[in-house]
Write a protein that binds this ligand. Structure first.
Ligand SMILES: [Zn+2]
Length: 248
């Protein structure tokens, strides 16, 4: 809303009082703040990694079986006061992805940006953001540079987002290659340290494997007793006939 008549899109306006008034120069929220928030939400959804039909709310998570219900309970409680890491694991088709997508939507609805990513995509971003091009030939340099900066920007965003939800964590891909060590430090170690103190960055993971199968560096952080590890032992809903095709 850069065309907002009140604040020109800044979100803040100054008190309209004469010089000398104690409120002179003070900033207050724009009277159209609600409209600004709505607009921001739209922008955050567009950059959330969610497809439009994946904007799940807690109320959308219907009863499937007791184990599923238990996971919804864990998620609901976690979202009441989100902090630290939450690692969800279990068999295929146990709605772990929906749980992460629901958390991302919940954050955005509360006015906080959040991001849902497949682990493989995250690795792709990380790998490429470490390939800073060297100026050798001017021809491909510009393209390589612009690609690199876009990966850099995405990695930077993932380091600082209030919620990062990582789906399909594949233990096989967490191998200790040099770039993986760099990735570990730049993203996960950073988010681990920023889970505490004032920053309180929240990170969620979902995968098929027990955290015991993660590499030592990751398992040690995931299993920090301040965090939550939850195993969903529910049924595969894809095999239960509980899924339907939705038509708008
Ligand atoms: Zn305004």
């Amino acid at each position: 809303m850069s065309n907002c008549p009140h604040c020109k899109g800044l979100g803040w306006v100054r008190f309209d009082v004469p010089v000398g008034d104690p409120d002179f120069g003070k900033l207050v929220p724009c009277p159209d703040m609600d409209a600004h928030l709505e607009e921001r939400k739209e922008e955050w959804y567009a950059r959330s990694g969610l497809k439009p039909h994946e904007h799940y709310k807690l109320d959308d998570l219907v009863y499937i079986d007791d184990m599923h219900q238990e996971m919804v309970g864990v998620l609901t409680e976690f979202l009441e006061d989100p902090k630290g890491w939450l690692y969800l694991w279990g068999g295929y088709g146990t709605c772990k992805s929906v749980a992460l997508q629901c958390a991302v939507s919940t954050f955005i609805e509360r006015g906080t940006p959040a991001y849902y990513a497949m682990f493989a995509d995250l690795l792709d971003v990380a790998k490429n953001s470490f390939k800073k091009p060297e100026r050798k030939t001017t021809e491909d340099y510009d393209e390589a540079w612009s690609k690199w900066t876009s990966y850099e920007a995405r990695l930077h965003r993932m380091r600082h987002l209030p919620l990062l939800a990582v789906d399909e964590v594949d233990t096989d891909k967490l191998n200790p290659t040099p770039w993986m060590r760099q990735f570990q430090d730049q993203l996960f170690e950073h988010r681990y340290r920023m889970a505490f103190g004032d920053a309180r960055l929240v990170t969620m993971f979902a995968g098929n494997n027990s955290p015991d199968l993660l590499p030592g560096w990751m398992a040690s952080r995931v299993k920090d007793t301040r965090f939550i590890v939850y195993e969903n032992k529910g049924v595969d809903i894809r095999q239960q006939g509980t899924l339907e095709w939705f038509h708008e």
